[in-house]
Design a protein around this ligand. Sequence first.
Ligand code: GDP
Length: 534
Amino acid sequence: MSSEVISREVKRRRTFAIISHPDAGKSTMTEALALHAHMISEAGAVHGKGSRRATVSDWMEMEKARGISVTSTALQFNYTPEASTSDVPNVINLVDTPGHSDFSEDTYRVLTAVDAAVMLIDAAKGLEPQTLKLFQVCRHRGIPVITVINKWDRPGQTPLELIDEISERIGLIPTPLYVPVGIAGDYRGLLDRRTGEYIHFERTAGGAKIAPEILLNADEAAQREGDAWTAAQEESELLSELGQDHDQEMFLAGQTSPMIFTSAMLNFGVRQLLDALVEFAPPPRSRETVDGTEREVTDAFSAVVFKVQAGMDTSHRDRLAYMRIVSGEFERGMVVTHAQTGKPFATKYAQAVFGRDRSTVDNAFPGDVVGLVNAMALAPGDTLFIDPKVQYPPIPSFAPEHFSALRVTTADKYKQFRKAVDQMDAEGVVQVLRNDIRGDASPVMAAVGPMQFEVVTARMKAEFKVDTIVEPLGYSIARRTDEASAPELNRQRGVEVFTRSDGAILALFSDKWRLQYIEKEHPDLLLEPLVAAA
Ligand code: GDP
C-alpha cells in the first residue's frame, strides 16, 4: 500500500473518547452520534428512557444490572460534514470508556488509544468528580479536549457560569463555537459564532430522529426569538472581548477547548459536535517508541493493544484484544510480530466491533480499533508490528489501593480456578500478587477500585463455573521494593511482600503510618511509590 493512500486514510480519520461523570448522558450521546451517522435509523434504545435499557455499547449482564458500563467498545462510523466538499466521508472511531471511578485504570488505557476527548458535562451539575479525574488524564497525556454541555433542554446553569467554572477549576479556557439561544431548559437553537447565523432546532417525537434545522440570518433570528437572540449575541460578543474565540494551536496545546451546547436526548447540537470533531480534532499522528524515536503513520504496520477482554459472547467463550493501529495498513490475515515475546501472531480473526454485533474487518488504518479474537498472548500495552521492529512504551499500571485474597470454594475446580486467575491477570482486570506463604490456592488481587473484585467473581462464575470468595486484607498501600529489602520487610508487623505477575516486587502496608514508620526506622530499604490513579 502506498504511503499516499495511507496518508489520505489517516487524514480523514478521527479517533476520540467521551469522558464524563456517570449520568451526564454518554450513552444517550453515543446513540445520538450513531443516529447522525446513519448507523441507526431511529434513536430509542437509550433516548428518553430513564430506566435501564440495552444500548449499542452495553453487553455484559453486570452492566445491565448495575446500569454502568464496565467494558470498552469501539464504534466506527462514516460521517460527512454538511460543509464538506469532498465525496469521501470521514471515518470516526469512538472508543467507549467505563464511567465508574472503580474502572479508572481501564479508562486510562482507553485514553492511550485516542487522539482527542469529548468532555461531556451535565448543564445543571457542572464539573463532577469523575469528569475531573478523567480530564487530568487527558491533560497528562496531552489529549486535546472538546467540551460539551449536555442536557441544555433542562434547567441548569448559565453558559457564563459554566465557562467560569471550567476555566477557574481546571485552567482550561472554553472557547464556545456556538452560543445557545434560550436558557437551559428552553433550548431553541444555536448562534453560530463564526457566521453570526442562527440554527433553529425542531423537536421530533421522543427525540427519535435527527432534529431538523432551520438556518436564519441575524435579523430573522431576532424577529423569531426576540430577547433570547439578543442575549445570545451579547454573550458571544462578551466572549470575543475576553479573547475566548477558537484558536486551533491553543486547542491542540490543551490550553483552550471548543465548547458546544447539546441535548443528546433531543439530538440538538449533535451534528455540530460531529462537525467540530472533523474540523478541529487532530487526525492520527506518529507515536513515540521506547527508544525515543517516532514511528510515522505511513511507516510499516504497528499497533498498541490497549484492552483485553473476555466473555462478551456467551455462546462461545472467547477473548478479544483491542488494538489501536498506530502506523501502516492492517490487512486481515497478515502475520505480525508480538514485540513482547518476539513471536508471530496471526490475525485471521480480526473484527471490527460495534456493540454486540461484530463484523469481520478486512483492512484498517492508523486510528482504527480492531479486535483480535482468541488473542491469548496479548496484554494491554503490548506492541504488534511488521518489520522494522518497534516497541511502544508500556501503559503504566495504577497504584492499587484495595487488596483481597481470592479463594475457590468449589472443591474440584482448582485447575479451572488457576486458569481463570491467569486470564484475568493477563487482561488486567485486577493485578495478581503471589507469595510462597499464601501459595497458588489463594492469590491476592490488587485493584484501584473494589468493584474490580466483583467483576472477577462474577466472571469466575459465569465463564469458568467456579465459585469464589473474596477476603479483604487489611492493606491499603503498596510500594515497589526489591529482593534485598524483602526479608526485612516481611519481618515487620503490618507488612507483606508479594511478587506481581510482571515480576515487580510489591510490599503492602496496613496504612500510611505503618509505611512512614518503617521508612524512618529502615531508611536503607527500597520503597518506591507506584503511579497514582488519576
Ligand atoms: P451515562 O451514564 O453518562 O451514559 O448517561 P445516560 O446516557 O444513561 O443518561 C443518563 C440520564 O440522563 C438518562 O435518564 C437520560 O435519558 C438522561 N439524558 C441524557 N441526555 C439528556 C439530555 O440531553 N436531556 C435530558 N433531559 N436528559 C438526558
